[in-house]
Write a protein that binds this ligand. Structure first.
Ligand code: ADP
Ligand code: MG
Length: 389
């Protein structure tokens, strides 16, 4: 796909959609991973003498709440790059255009939270023209927002002469495309986390393209229930049973192996100080809930990951936020980090788990877009990517 590296940006004004939707506490950025992820594109633009205008959303403002200003993100970007980063007085309009007009090559202007404008989520073409008026070239580097058709991710691309991918977005799309179309085999997909119905499309796709799917986390209980096991108080929503049955049937007809846990760690409630015990088997007694995969499961899954040509991992193996139930997720995270094959990790909590265990830089690709990555794998078109074609 055509990227910012392929266009002449010298002296031109470049509007870059970034994903600076970062966590804040007391007006400070508490995790700047997303800002760092945009640095390759932003550094390239500065080196090549572009006048850069940045736009992002932050949270879900109902109005122009000052707590959701882009100020802390702009300040952090300035610290990380040493660039002067000016915060615009709004998103579009004559005042903002004046700021953009005054930019010198190498300068950076950060627009205010784009969701301060109702035209953003409405994908309003008038508002998109307001954004386009700020620049000559549009670059989308916000993979995490590419599954939404909003004015700054979709409509704006049609209002400028040149619309291209940023380096981060291009890398995300290329990595996931390779994973689906030409992976080193065997391709092993490790799927955990909470809701089967949210991830059923991903399971379907991997039943067609992967060699093995390893199921863990709360995700396993609808499957175990469908196979006739007792699930006790484990997280097992009624609405997830039918998708699990359908996936089990599809797995029977597929060349892909769908593997389920063979043992569990149980807790008497979802809490760090819960009573807990190992269960060598899968029938969860009344009063208990499965909160992690057991040791035999971990060994089996580890071996599959070690033998993989490519690993995709989404969703923790258990309630890893709670110490007694973190071992399964930790072991799988370590196995992924040590795997000789290419490793791709997506999902907010999976990324948080890798970070917590200090392994985030040990995978080939840590996706910045949880929802967007899953939709891409399902085979849905991402409006923000489509608009660049
Ligand atoms: P991701 O954000 O990586 O896509 P999810 O949001 O689907 O992952 O799932 C993460 C959540 O699933 C975590 O909060 C974790 O505590 C929870 N979880 C995982 N396994 C279990 C389990 N067996 N019972 C209850 N919750 C679980
Ligand atoms: Mg999550």
């Amino acid at each position: 796909m055509r990227t910012v590296a392929d266009v002449d940006v010298e002296d031109r004004r470049v509007l870059v959609r970034v994903d600076f939707n970062v966590p804040l506490e007391g007006g400070q950025v508490t995790d700047d991973t997303r800002i760092r992820a945009a640095l390759p594109t932003l550094e390239l633009l500065r080196e090549r003498g572009a006048r850069t205008v940045l736009v992002s959303h932050l949270g879900r403002p109902k109005d122009r709440e000052p707590e959701l200003s882009m100020r802390p993100a702009a300040d952090r970007l300035a610290e990380l790059t040493g660039a002067d980063v000016t915060l615009a007085p709004g998103v579009v309009g004559p005042d903002v255009e004046a700021f953009a007009g005054n930019l010198q090559p190498g300068d950076v202007l950060m627009l205010e939270n784009v969701r301060f404008e109702p035209g953003e989520t409405a994908n309003d073409p008038d508002f998109a023209r307001g954004l386009a008026a700020l620049a000559d070239v549009y670059v989308n580097d916000a993979f995490g927002a590419a599954h939404r058709a909003h004015a700054s991710t979709e409509a704006v691309a049609h209002e400028v002469d040149v619309a291209v991918a940023g380096l981060l977005l291009a890398r995300e799309v290329e990595t996931l495309t390779r994973l689906l179309e030409s992976p080193q085999r065997p391709l092993v997909a490790v799927l955990g986390g909470a809701k089967v119905s949210d991830k059923i499309g991903v399971i379907d796709r991997f039943l067609q393209t992967a060699d093995t799917i390893l199921v863990g986390g709360a995700m396993c209980f609808p499957f175990l229930h469908a196979l006739g096991h007792d699930t006790g108080n484990s997280l097992c929503a009624d609405e997830d049973l039918e998708p699990a049955r359908t996936a089990l049937n599809a797995a029977d007809r597929s060349d892909c192996r769908l593997e389920l846990p063979s043992d569990l760690i149980l807790g008497d409630r979802f809490a760090a100080d819960a009573r807990y015990r190992e269960l060598d088997g899968l029938d969860v007694p009344a009063g208990w809930m499965g909160l992690d995969v057991g040791r035999r499961t971990v060994e089996r899954y580890r071996a599959a990951i070690a033998g993989a040509g490519t690993v995709f991992w989404n969703g923790p193996m258990g309630a890893f936020e709670l110490d007694p139930f973190a071992a399964g997720t930790r072991a799988i995270a370590e196995a992924v980090a040590e795997a000789p094959g290419a490793t791709v990790v997506g999902g907010g909590d999976s990324a948080a788990a890798l970070q917590r265990f200090g392994l985030a830089d040990r995978v080939t690709h840590l996706s910045t877009g949880g929802g967007a990555a899953l939709e891409f794998i399902e085979g849905r078109t991402l409006p923000g990517v489509e608009a660049l074609r």
